[in-house]
Design a protein around this ligand. Sequence first.
Ligand SMILES: [Zn+2]
Length: 112
Amino acid sequence: MKLICKKCKEEAKKVIISRYEYQKSIVLEDVEAYECPKCHEFIFTEKQIENIEKKVEVIKFHKFSFERKLTISGRSLVINIPEDVVRHMNLAKGKTTKLTPLDDKHFIVEVE
Ligand SMILES: [Zn+2]
């Protein structure tokens, strides 16, 4: 695949960018791109952009947090899980979860 820098008309070379700031506070590691040897501008193929967007989606999802009030069901307390998270994680009624308390402020919920 040959990519030509539109400004310099030079052939861009394939490179791996070790740290690439895609958006403010979203830094990607080891991003594949093409670099113009003259102006050092990065050029991306459609496939490379697709890969970047996939990585960004994962990062954004892991940064996502939500606030929920505890409600009561019988004698237990319940945390409602937002629909977006349910869809993204393929959660469904009846799935087994494992709850591990870490300290008096944190616990981990694993979906099995
Ligand atoms: Zn150039």
